[in-house]
Design a protein around this ligand. Structure first.
Ligand code: DC
Length: 221
């Protein structure tokens, strides 16, 4: 029997994380936030004061990245970095280190180790294309850059951080461009992915649409 895996890919701010956690709750499956692994690596690059051009050193760090997930918290060595990895500064570095082929290769086994019974919901950019190409259900979420930036600003405001919308739009577009045009595992939908445009949909509507797919594919009974 192949392990039940549901992949959810797409650019930042499309609602992947919220949907992935909802699906994990609904199915009782494990949850992989692959972006958090790239963000933890970026945190390490900043903490160790490595240059983003030091491919060999960053690859070494990726190979023995001291990241651990405990419920909804992320730890780097013994330090809780859950909040720190959500900053724009870490996101910018994460997008740069994620473009390094050797880094992606070094993180593959770590991501695949999350695939355990009863199943896995994997959230990222290349979950359905590279990490779990055999997954029986693949979702690919999209939304306009403006709406994704607005959602990000709302998120930041909820955290008490003042945000500049034009700057956030610019950052989001730059990161998407880098993620989509990199040579290794670019952000692209798997051929057999179900596409969901969330621009005009509430998160409840996206969950409802996904729930129908979960029943259809036999993930719920
Ligand atoms: O989903 P996120 O914003 O937490 O991801 C952080 C960065 O990591 C983002 O620039 C894309 C990159 N990433 C990736 O290249 N591949 C993944 N599977 C997940 C994230």
């Amino acid at each position: 029997m192949t392990l039940p895996i549901i992949t959810i890919d797409g650019p930042s701010g499309v609602g992947k994380g919220t949907l992935a956690q909802w699906v994990a709750c609904k199915t009782g499956f494990h949850f992989l936030d692959s972006g958090a692994i790239y963000r933890a690596l970026a945190y390490g690059v900043l903490a160790e004061e490595l240059s983003v051009d030091s491919v060999a050193e960053i690859t070494d760090l990726a190979q023995q990245l001291p990241v651990r997930f405990l419920a909804t918290s992320v730890f780097y060595a013994e330090q809780d970095i859950t909040a720190q990895i959500r900053t724009e500064a870490v996101a910018a570095i994460a997008s740069q280190v994620a473009a390094i082929a050797q880094v992606r290769e070094a993180l593959l086994a770590r991501q695949r180790a999350f695939a355990q019974l009863p199943g896995l919901v994997a959230d990222g950019r290349d979950m359905g294309t590279v990490v779990f190409p055999e997954a029986p259900l693949k979702l690919y979420l999209t939304a306009s850059a403006e709406i994704r930036a607005q959602r990000r600003v709302k998120q930041l405001k909820n955290q008490g951080i003042d945000a500049n919308i034009p700057q956030i739009i610019q950052d989001i577009v730059a990161r998407d461009e880098r993620d989509a045009t990199r040579k290794t595992a670019p952000l692209v939908a798997a051929q057999d992915a179900v596409m969901i445009d969330t621009t005009e949909l509430s998160i409840e509507a996206v969950c409802q649409q996904t729930e129908s797919l979960l029943w259809e594919k036999g993930f719920l009974s």
